[in-house]
Design a protein around this ligand. Structure first.
Ligand SMILES: [Mn+2]
Length: 262
């Protein structure tokens, strides 16, 4: 079996009893380890991950999670960690702490005869997106893309990494908490086949001839399993703090979404 999960947002100040959540995530990985060949963590596993030039005591809270990942790898399971938009600031630390293979960009894999596009999902748009959205939505998308460029700017990353970790974390976790509370106040459910960016992205890929059997994303905190073309499906994974969803690919190439019950 190959498992896919995303969006645990470990450490979030908006998630009550974070250690219970972390324990449950570990139990979920433990359950997967019974028959897993590989496990793909598709981004935003941490609510704010930043690697400073100074020692950061704040990372200690994630030791149980890292211990579990190392255990899985020791068992022979391959663990892949994709960065999301909350934990892209890893510069070798996550590989070192967990032993997982870290991916900074989307990628396409082939398993059990199926081609599978994997990405966290932030920043993915169809090529003709400007034609598809009204002006106000276009403005929001542009804003997000601008912020995304700022987050990825090497000079600004260098500056942030020079901060005392306590300051940087206060800012980072504070920002992340605000965005989570905003999402709770204004939930953004599935927008529909003609508006959901990740669905449009996948449809566009099919249209331009980059066929894949499955597209698997995180990021949106919604659960979706949608057929977009003959032999092509989009799966959005939900999350690992409220819905506790994951996807599973069996050795016949069947992909299915599940809810984890401890
Ligand atoms: Mn995200």
């Amino acid at each position: 079996m190959i498992y896919f999960l995303s969006d645990a947002h470990l450490g979030s100040l908006a998630i009550e009893r974070g250690w219970v959540q972390q324990k449950r995530l570990i139990d979920m990985l433990e359950m997967m380890s019974e028959d897993a060949v590989s496990i793909y963590l598709l981004g935003d596993i941490f609510d704010f991950w930043m690697e400073y030039f100074h020692h950061d005591k704040g990372k200690r809270q994630f030791s149980p999670f890292f211990k579990e990942v190392r255990k899985l790898i020791q068992k022979g399971i391959r663990v892949h960690f994709f960065t999301g938009n909350h934990d892209l600031w890893t510069f070798g630390g996550i590989d070192q702490l967990s032993g997982a293979a870290v991916h900074y960009e989307p990628c396409t894999i082939k398993r059990y005869g199926k081609s599978i596009f994997l990405a966290h999902g932030d920043g993915l748009l169809p090529t003709d997106w400007e034609k598809l959205y009204p002006k106000d939505i276009q403005r929001k998308i542009k804003q997000f893309m601008r912020l995304r460029r700022i987050f990825r700017n090497p000079f600004l990353q260098f500056c942030f990494r020079s901060l005392p970790p306590a300051w940087g974390n206060k800012f980072g976790y504070g920002w992340a908490k605000k965005s989570r509370l905003k999402e709770i106040a204004n939930p953004c459910p599935y927008k529909g086949e003609d508006k959901e960016e990740l669905v449009l992205f996948a449809k566009d890929q099919e249209r331009i001839g980059n066929h894949r059997d499955y597209y698997i994303f995180g990021h949106r905190h919604i659960e979706l399993d949608l057929q977009i073309a003959s032999g092509s499906r989009v799966v959005i994974l939900g999350d690992c703090f409220k819905q506790w969803t994951y996807a599973k690919l069996d050795d016949k190439g069947n992909l299915s979404l599940h809810n984890y019950e401890p």
